[in-house]
Design a protein around this ligand. Structure first.
Ligand code: SF4
Length: 447
């Protein structure tokens, strides 16, 4: 048991999060009152980050572990990097500060610096009227082993009822946009797996979205087609006709046994077929998601999957780290995987980043989540000129994102206060259908 007393009440959450990156929560007592405990000094003695460094030093010595991201516990390390660049006036100095003040390793500081380099030459629509739009479709053909999202097994009747409610919300948001002069800079249909809808339903969704929410100023329209076995020529035609220029096909692995283990109903050959269909249909940008650290996988498995994915020539490749989350089947199988799998994942990521960099891809966005194996990161890689606006801006948190559908959490950005306010739809899709008028009212009140 690791026993502490934190003298800075306001830093308690961050300190506890940092300690949990070393050992599971059940091995921590952060409220120790008597007996032996380690004291983290309070704000009268040192600032918050120095408190974290003290805790880091203690945990590192006791566990023999080091964290590649040092004392950083947040989801968006690039936000901190941007702040450091503004403060110091130089990306080099910001990278040095990451290493000395936040104990970030050389390779992760370098990765962040590269993401910053990529983003620094891109342009975005900075008008306060330009927002990001997200539409969630909470159905999938099967549930993945690691899934903790709002995902339900697809059925035709349920999906019809859901689309009826969603169309009501789309109409309401379209009306609100007209009244407020807002427009979508980027539009993202995700989930779930939108392409798990049947062809007529899928066309209904893409047509409705295009007719009601696309603007001549919309620079990017993405539709997630995550499961390769849900993609058909007819669906690709529908999304292209609606103006979609980017799709995401998410193999996660090219290893047959891994796909079976994670609960996929398709094999690697379906992935190859899906990419070929997308290419033949003329989809401009295809993203492929891969996950490092899937159960049973080794670094050579990951290297093989990446090579086979790169042979399919996607413009974007997003390398995720497996997160072992509450609500997933995975956590019941191995709740400590995020601790025990760290070294292998580190090797997989280092190898993948080298391969991608050599092939002309650059890292363009990066984020972290809780419970990621080895406390690593997710990184989006792109060929030049194919970077996703939506992915970058949602991580910056300097633009309002309006989210429709079950589980959608809108984030309203107030630039004067540099503050984000969240407005959530319910995540259960049946309750969403029943309470659609209330969901719309919440948005009207917030906007
Ligand atoms: S495809 Fe995504 S949303 Fe669907 S079950 Fe798998 S992880 Fe969950």
């Amino acid at each position: 048991m690791f026993r502490f007393r934190f003298r800075d009440e306001k830093n308690r959450y961050e300190l506890t999060e940092l300690a949990k990156m070393f050992v599971p929560a059940e091995e921590l007592d952060c409220f120790a009152e008597d007996g032996d405990f380690f004291v983290i000094p309070g704000p009268d003695e040192m600032d918050r980050n120095a408190q974290k460094r003290v805790l880091y030093g203690y945990m590192s010595e006791k566990t023999g572990r080091e964290l590649k991201w040092g004392t950083l516990t947040g989801v968006r390390p690039l936000k901190l990097f941007n702040k450091l660049v503004r403060q110091t006036g130089s990306a080099d100095t910001a990278a040095e500060a990451l290493k000395t003040d936040y104990l970030v390793s050389d390779d992760k500081a370098d990765l962040l610096r590269k993401v910053w380099n990529t983003q620094s030459v891109l342009t975005f629509d900075r008008s306060p009227r330009a927002v990001g739009l997200y539409i969630g479709i909470p159905f999938c053909p099967t549930r993945c082993l690691y899934c903790s999202f709002t995902s339900n097994k697809y059925s035709r009747d349920k999906a019809d009822a859901y689309l009826n409610a969603l169309e009501k919300e789309i109409d309401a948001v379209s009306r609100m946009f007209s009244e407020k002069g807002l427009y979508a800079e980027s539009l993202y249909i995700g989930g779930g797996t939108p392409s798990s809808l049947e062809e007529d339903q899928f066309r209904r969704l893409t047509d409705k979205t295009a007719a009601s929410l696309l603007s001549p100023k919309t620079a990017e329209f993405t539709v997630e087609c995550g499961r390769p076995d849900s993609i058909t020529e007819c669906k690709l035609k529908a999304l292209l006709a609606a103006g979609c220029g980017r799709i995401s096909i998410n193999p996660q692995s090219m290893q047959q046994r891994t796909l079976e283990r994670i609960g996929r109903a398709h094999g690697p050959e379906d992935i190859v077929r899906a990419f070929s269909l997308a290419k033949d249909a003329g989809v401009k940008i295809v993203n492929a998601d891969l996950i490092a650290g899937l159960p049973g996988e080794t670094p050579p498995d990951m290297a093989d999957s990446l090579r086979r994915i790169m042979d399919l020539e996607p413009q974007n490749i997003t390398v995720h780290t497996l997160a072992v989350k509450r609500g997933s089947r995975l956590i019941e199988q191995d709740k400590d995987l995020s601790y025990s799998g760290g070294d292998a994942v580190y090797e997989m990521l280092a190898q993948s980043y080298g391969t991608l960099g050599n092939a002309g891809y650059s890292p363009y966005y990066l984020y972290r989540q809780k419970h990621m194996t080895g406390n690593m990161e997710n990184t989006g890689w792109s060929l030049s000129g194919c970077e996703s606006i939506y992915n970058i801006r949602i991580m910056e948190e300097d633009q309002s994102i309006i989210a429709l559908g079950a589980g959608g959490v809108s984030k309203l950005y107030y630039p004067e206060e540099d503050r984000v306010e969240r407005v959530a739809n319910v995540s259960n899709y049946e309750i969403y259908i029943d309470r659609i008028d209330e969901m719309i009212k919440r948005k009207e009140d917030a906007l």
